[in-house]
Ligand binder design. Structure first.
Ligand code: IPE
Ligand code: IPE
Ligand code: MG
Length: 252
């Protein structure tokens, strides 16, 4: 068991990751185009960052675009990319002023140069902020992330920089996009879907999952607080025993 992973009652999570799902259905229910759902989803994202800060969440990871989302119609993909670009351009100053460090995880090599520059700019400007970390998962897929890490390790081993026998969990984790971030204690998915959709497969190995039927554009402060309350009701055991059972076993 690694440090900090003690069994017991869960306190408030320091790192919350959210699969923001249900924008399309939110719009559809209102007879609006899907784009309107995404626009409202961006408002919910802004509110979530604010609420996370106020609720004491130090790291917030948001799944904004998956490696699989490229399969959507080209018009929707370009709308989503445009929305993300505008978000970074428009909100970066405010995030920076609020002490938010911005990190983007996901593959970068195949991104358009303007998007890559924007991502690098956002990270550089906010690098030294310490109040809160906002991690945006963009062009992110866990399998892709793990493959990229494995490729790096293999390259180093082949070049003689690394002994393959020395590869352990910590070393692999250090090659992931999340290298310097602690694992999320809580993963929330909105919209009632109960799957992980290629999100943080490695990092969420022992996360608690909260699935809420609330569609992402409706995910407000109350919904966020309810998810945190649900998390606090969980007992985290990390493969060990619950505390009374642990004491009983020790006494036997
Ligand atoms: C989440 O909402 C936003 C992204 C995946 C980019 P969806 O667009 O998946 O909304 P639904 O699932 O179709 O309702
Ligand atoms: C997961 O939502 C990806 C993001 C929220 C960015 P999707 O709506 O793409 O997931 P599936 O296709 O329903 O699994
Ligand atoms: Mg969806």
């Amino acid at each position: 068991m690694s440090a900090g992973q003690r069994p017991g009652q869960a306190a408030n999570p320091g790192h919350v990751a959210i699969i923001m799902d249900g924008n399309g259905r939110w719009a559809q229910m209102r007879g609006l185009p899907r784009q309107e759902g995404h626009r409202r989803g961006l408002e919910a994202l802004r509110a979530a960052v604010r609420n996370a800060g106020e609720l004491g969440v130090r790291i917030l990871t948001l799944y904004s675009f998956s490696t699989e989302n490229w399969r959507r119609p080209a018009t929707e993909v370009s709308f989503l990319l445009g929305l993300l670009k505008r978000f970074v351009e428009k909100d970066l100053g405010e995030l920076h002023a609020a002490g938010v460090r911005v990190r983007i995880i996901g593959g970068r090599d195949d991104l358009a140069p303007d998007i890559r520059r924007l991502i690098e700019h956002a990270e550089t400007v906010t690098r030294d902020n310490t109040r809160m970390t906002l991690v945006v998962a963009f062009n992110y897929g866990s399998r892709d992330e793990i493959v990229r890490a494995a490729r790096q390790l293999a390259t180093d081993a082949a070049a003689g920089r690394l002994d393959a026998a020395a590869i352990d969990e910590a070393m692999l984790a250090s090659r992931l996009d999340t290298a310097d971030l602690p694992d999320p204690e809580l993963v929330i998915r909105t919209s009632g879907e109960t799957r992980i959709s290629n999100f943080l497969l490695w990092q969420a190995a022992y996360a608690e999952f909260v699935f809420t039927p609330v569609l992402w554009p409706d995910f407000d402060r109350a919904a966020f607080e309810e998810a945190l309350a649900e998390y606090r009701r969980r007992e985290r055991r990390f493969g060990g025993l619950s505390e009374p059972a642990d004491r009983a076993a020790g006494a036997a």
